[in-house]
Design a protein around this ligand. Structure first.
Ligand code: ATP
Ligand code: MG
Length: 184
């Protein structure tokens, strides 16, 4: 599952996990960023929001190590909470580059989006994170970049992409669409 920050991935995933557990499915949700940060911590990094400021080459090494950990998960359903791209000083770089896709072999992609105005206000009200400068124009640019990046993932892997709109106050509706689309 990919989506730009504040689109509602983590919120949707908690609903999906509840549904799967109610149906006695074994499920694991992996935050790609958290796994990368765990690996980075072992190498001296202390702030999660510093991760995207490391040289891209360093981030690529950490991505690979995180992907190798994900490939070891054995649950029936493994959902990865991640981003189609990461904003770095060098520009947008892919969250799921070909070398990572070859390791984790995703069967489905879910691309979550929401109205730019809603994403903007969700980000502004989240004080737990150190965000980059937020503007509405930038949110729109990021949504465009997301759709290009995830289409490339589909072409590389041959796996389908489901686009989901997470409407304000309609988390359950969006979660149901995902569950039905993949047949979870
Ligand atoms: P990040 O990439 O930064 O982890 P995220 O995509 O996981 O972001 P969430 O943390 O799930 O985003 O959601 C961001 C905020 O938006 C939260 O405060 C959440 O409660 C709220 N939110 C998510 N979906 C909706 C919705 N459909 N309607 C209203 N608020 C929502
Ligand atoms: Mg999240």
């Amino acid at each position: 599952m990919v989506g730009i920050p504040g689109v509602g991935k983590t919120t949707l995933l908690s609903k999906i996990v509840d549904h799967l557990k109610d149906h006695d499915r074994s499920v694991s949700v992996v935050s790609f960023g958290t796994l990368m940060f765990d690996v980075a911590k072992e190498n001296g990094l202390s702030d999660r929001d510093e991760l995207r400021k490391l040289p891209v080459s360093r981030q690529q090494e950490l991505q690979k190590m995180a992907a190798e950990k994900i490939a070891e998960y054995t649950e029936e359903v493994v959902i990865i909470d991640t981003h189609a791209f990461i904003s770095s000083p060098e520009g947008y770089y892919p969250g799921l580059p070909e070398h990572v896709l070859k390791i984790i072999k995703p069967t489905n992609f879910i691309s979550v989006s929401a109205k730019p105005e809603e994403i903007y206000s969700r980000r502004m009200s989240d004080e737990t994170r150190l965000r980059d400068k937020i503007t509405l124009a930038n949110v729109k640019k990021e949504l465009d970049a997301q759709s290009g990046m995830i289409s490339a993932c589909a072409v590389i892997t041959g796996s389908p992409v489901k686009h989901i709109l997470n409407r304000e106050g309609k988390v359950d509706e969006a979660a149901d669409k995902i569950i039905n689309a993949i047949g979870l």
